[in-house]
Ligand binder design. Sequence first.
Ligand SMILES: Cc1ncc(COP(=O)(O)O)c(C=O)c1O
Length: 366
Amino acid sequence: MAHPAPLTAPSTDAVRHHDPEVRGFASDNYAGVHPEVLAAIALANGGHQVSYGDDEYTAHLQEIFRRHFGPRAEAYPVFNGTGANVTALQSVTERWGAVICAASAHINTDECGAPERVGGLKLLTVTTPDGKLTPELIDLEARGFDDEHRAQPQVVSITQTTELGTCYTPAEIRAICDHAHERGLTVHLDGSRIANAAATLGVPLAAFTTDAGVDILSFGGTKNGLLLGECVVVLSPERVRAMKHLRKLSMQLASKMRFVSVQFEALLAGDLWLRSARHANAMAQRLEAAVRGIAGVTVVRPVQANAVFALLPREVSERLQKRYRFYFWDESTAEVRWMCAFDTTEDDVDSFAAALAEEMAHPITS
Ligand SMILES: Cc1ncc(COP(=O)(O)O)c(C=O)c1O
């Protein structure tokens, strides 16, 4: 019987519909796939492998995650960050359970209510000055444990780095975990940008997760150069129930999982994860330094990862948006967010800062 020709030389009927040299500052998700990740996907192609995670790549991935997070770590690749969060949170809560999180947490603001609608979870939100929870802030909601009228706090969810571009120190996370555990709460970490945090802190991933007492985390890949894929990493198996069933129930079980797993292998077997995150962070530092010198532009939050938040006249932002993609973070104050990615170049940053200076020099027309 004739076999189909092996896939070797890339040839396609698809047409390029974009300019691959155009980059903006809207989101680290706007970036493409890191070439080393793309090469890994091609490497895993061809032949047949068992589906739904019983493949060689996913098996090998367990060992790689254990190298980073310790011998008890269990890795569950999923499709996206929302799915990772919702699956992870369900595995550490009961039907009457609630999750304490910052009001600015992605699970609260940007997941279309999936933790509530899909996970069936009550979120107990706390306003924070900088996106970071503290033991004191947690206690605003860690109460009413015996009250049958109140959804029962069972989990604290923190984001590292936070949605506001700030980074918890290992000691801050340790204090949160100790406090949460004393109250019988489990700790989840949304690590959509966990690599950026390690790059900022200059410590291994375990230093602010496993060693600090975090029980389960959502490990981000997409924002750090994967095509798609995040991973739920269980660090305290005794606190987690039925992850594999919940992953399927939550529609996060990839049939061709080898292609998600091999991307994480490309990221984590060597130092690609750290190289890329360091670069994105360095570009944010460069951007901050460049825009700080422009009269009328104020950087309003500490730049501790790959995000720069700034205040400037709304009209200027609107004009600049015609030249570069970026978003208003807060429409009411006209605060903007500029994100850097693994593929942001020094030239991108310098040209953007020059364009901003040019637009700031224009008179405001309205
Ligand atoms: C902090 C944080 N968590 C989770 C996510 C969810 O990622 P996804 O868009 O893949 O669902 C994002 C995405 O922007 C995020 O910024």
